[in-house]
Write a protein that binds this ligand. Structure first.
Ligand code: IPM
Ligand code: MN
Length: 359
């Protein structure tokens, strides 16, 4: 089998951690027998420098011609003075999401065995099994509703259609069905009309998933419950803005942003086939540590695992990558961000090599 991917490394630590993910990809090609053709394209700040905009047409064309997008991270202080919509994050990420209809954002917050100490929460709160999946609606709500700016006022609009809520709810219920069978839908139905509608539609969709137990929670309470007792959650479903906030919180609870991958999909992944998607670390471009060889490549490597799982319909490959990462951690190897007493410090490249050989 031959597949093709667009490799968009971006800025900051993006290129360094991508290099390690590509080592892992070489190995996965041998293991799986799948040939993965790679086309590299500029995105974010580097694209502004080389082509005058964060998302050049040529990069979009490369993505269109590929089966999946492996994304690094974008942004840095050099580009912060540009008007907001032209900056790497807003100028590249949001249009990519909209253009490819990547409405389903899956952000797992997992604590690997032995890393509970990296969480800012007490070890007894984390236990040894924290595994929460945040399913975030990614192409609607406040981010994409009508915006207005006048001299003395400005507004953003939270709009959700039935179709938009139904399709993300299906993704979340299907994900819950494959895991702990518990779905908590987040809203603010005590205040916002769009969120009353959200709750109604999610409840309707739930009738098709009698095997999944559904609960509802206001977003403010959810923010509190996540630090009080994160293990009560299995799958969390949230609209775009609430999901943005809660997924940052969930990932911090898991210890290090450098550990967590994410998938943004254009549809429900079909068994054996997957769905078109963009796969990227949850963390940012970390310009402060770029170029020093100290960044943690694990999130980028796990994002590659998710690309096989959801992009190619090969969930077992994600499992192999996850186990290889766990094995290297169990043997005591750590990058600086997750280093604790008694562990062995390694740099970005060494971590990549260790995971590759563990595979
Ligand atoms: C994310 C980021 C983006 C978002 C920003 C960079 C536009 O925070 O992917 O979570 O808000 O969606
Ligand atoms: Mn965010």
């Amino acid at each position: 089998m031959t597949k093709s991917i667009a490799v968009l490394s971006g800025d900051g630590i993006g290129p360094e951690v991508m290099q390690e993910a590509l080592k892992v990809l070489d190995k996965l090609e041998k293991i799986t027998g799948v040939t993965v053709e790679r086309t590299f394209a500029d995105v974010g700040g580097i694209a502004i420098d080389n082509h005058g905009k964060a998302l050049p047409e040529s990069t979009v064309a490369t993505c269109e011609a590929s089966d999946a997008i492996l994304f690094g991270s974008v942004g840095g202080p050099q580009w912060e003075k540009l008007p907001g919509p032209e900056q790497p994050e807003r100028g590249a990420l949001l249009p990519l999401r909209k253009h490819f209809n990547l409405y389903a954002n899956l952000r797992p917050a997992i604590v690997f065995r032995g890393l509970a100490g990296a969480s800012p929460l007490k070890a007894e709160i984390i236990g040894d099994e924290l595994n929460v999946l945040v399913v975030r609606e990614l192409t609607g709500g406040l981010y994409f509703g009508k915006k207005e700016r006048q001299t003395d006022w400005a507004s953003d609009t939270m709009v959700y259609t039935r179709m938009e809520i139904e399709r993300i709810a299906h993704i979340a219920f299907q994900a819950a069905r494959m895991r702990g069978k518990k779905l908590c839908s987040i809203d603010k139905a005590n205040v916002l009309t769009s969120m009353v509608f959200w709750r109604e539609v999610v409840t309707e969709v739930s009738q098709q998933y009698p095997d999944v137990s559904l609960s509802h929670m206001y977003v403010d309470n959810a923010a509190m419950q996540l630090v009080r007792n994160p293990r009560q959650f299995d799958v969390i479903l949230a609209e775009n803005m609430f999901g943005d906030i809660l997924s940052d919180e969930a990932s911090m609870i898991a210890g290090s942003l450098g550990m967590l991958p994410s998938a943004s999909l254009a549809g429900a992944p079909e068994p054996g086939k997957g769905a078109f998607g963009l796969f990227e670390p949850s963390g940012g471009s970390a310009p402060d540590i770029a170029g020093q060889g100290i960044a943690n490549p694990i999130a980028q490597i796990l994002s590659l695992g998710l690309l096989f799982q959801y992009g190619f319909g090969m969930p077992e490959v994600y499992g192999r990558v996850h186990n290889a990462v766990q094995q290297v951690l169990t043997r005591g190897f750590r990058t600086r961000d997750i280093q604790t007493e008694g562990t062995t410090l390694v740099d970005t490249a060494r971590m990549g090599e260790l995971i590759t050989s563990a595979l």
